[in-house]
Design a protein around this ligand. Sequence first.
Ligand code: NAD
Length: 483
Amino acid sequence: MQTQPTASHYIDGAYADDSEGAAFDSLYPYTGAPIATLHDATPAIIDAAIAAAARTQMEWAALPGVERGRVLRRAADILRAQNRELSELETYDTGKPLQETLVADAASGADALEYFGGIASSIGGEHVQLGDDFFYTRREPLGVCVGIGAWNYPIQIACWKAAPALACGNAMVFKPSERTPLSALKLAEILTEAGAPPGLFNVVQGRGSVGAALIEDPRVAKVSLTGSVPTGRKVYASAAEGMRHVTMELGGKSPILIFDDADLEAAVGGAINGNFYSSGQICSNGTRVFVQTDMKEPFLDRLTERLGGVVMGDPMDEATNFGPMTTGRQMQIVLDYIETAQAEGARLVTGGKRADRDGWFIEPTVFADVTDDMTIAREEIFGPVMSVLSFKTEEEAIARANDTAFGLSAGVFTRDLARGHRIAGTLQAGTCWINTYNLTPVEMPFGGVKMSGLGRENSREAIAHWSQVKSVYVGAGTVEAPF
Ligand code: NAD
């Protein structure tokens, strides 16, 4: 497969490059071999991308919503038609097994394009009568928006930002993570093929400094970041300088509460999905698994048994269900956390080391007897490390689950549905799952509270974050004035 793109950036409907920008490689996590060399965007590239977006945005916004939506829906169809090659490219860039990328990446991006393509024509305001006078509201685009992505779900993140942004009449400059730069370029090509005007969706590459430069440009109205809390703080502060809108999709340390009455298979399955899918590199993962006392041993036994089903290996082999870490650096970060956990007295149940093979693989790792103050129970690890903690009462579990600076997601497994809803009402999280975990359909709002972020992606909620309201008051009588 050809992984080297035509050029680093995509601006004004065509590939562009500037070799003055520092070169960087994208590496295949299974072998560590370079699969593409790109350049950081220079100031000239950044300027060209923002200028193209600014030029196109007003024309795009002036189109009827149904026409904007048609472009997005065509793009969804093209993404689906190219799903296999897009999935292979994503597997090369991220190391995630093809078994996953075939169903969870471009496919999820296509859902977002289809969904927001479908509602583009019904985005509108309200009319309120005030006697003979009245006012109405218009839901207007923000203008040029910047999207900045993380490396775990590159094309999904690009689509989750681009689809609602473009549906609302904005134009976008997107900067993928420098670790996984390739698939956003394909999305740009696909949008062009689907009929998007040149300049509507531009891609610029580079490290954090390129993202920082984009946000500082006075022509930019909004930034939507998917990334870590430390980066979120910087981006939010920079956006505040220019009073720009923000969406912050940041990290998490989410709890899963498993009660004694839970369906054991469902609870174990939820904990596996919430810790080991994408080798644990998922923001919403439920990495603090609180298990009620009587359920603890059965849970650990069944979990250990089911971990026997892990197939670690060549990510391109569709039988592989567990891939390497996306970067060598992330592998080292996770190994350091595992060492800290052991030093702090957590009991290693399974895994705990780099796999004895090529590639940046870490064995699926489970720690039991974890306490709330341990580093692995407090910090986001972003790798295949599950912490199992035990609890006695519902009140205790809720208090401990909420005792974190993060608030992205949470899960509860119980056959007592009244309890499930009660707990969902008290957990401090943007999403709570009852008797399942990590399902994120496009119809459902997704985002965080507390340090996990601001704003919502997906669903009708996203429209509010990619548009602004203008009120238009219409007087029908004489104008009364004091003099
Ligand atoms: P990161 O914060 O290191 O980088 C994210 C992006 O921000 C990259 O494109 C990076 O180049 C850019 N960036 C870095 N510094 C910047 C700056 N000063 N100004 C502007 N841009 C800058 O995150 P990562 O390591 O790529 O991704 C992992 C993190 O992302 C985890 O914390 C994970 O939880 C989070 N994440 C959140 C969600 C969500 O939807 N909530 C989804 C996926 C990942």
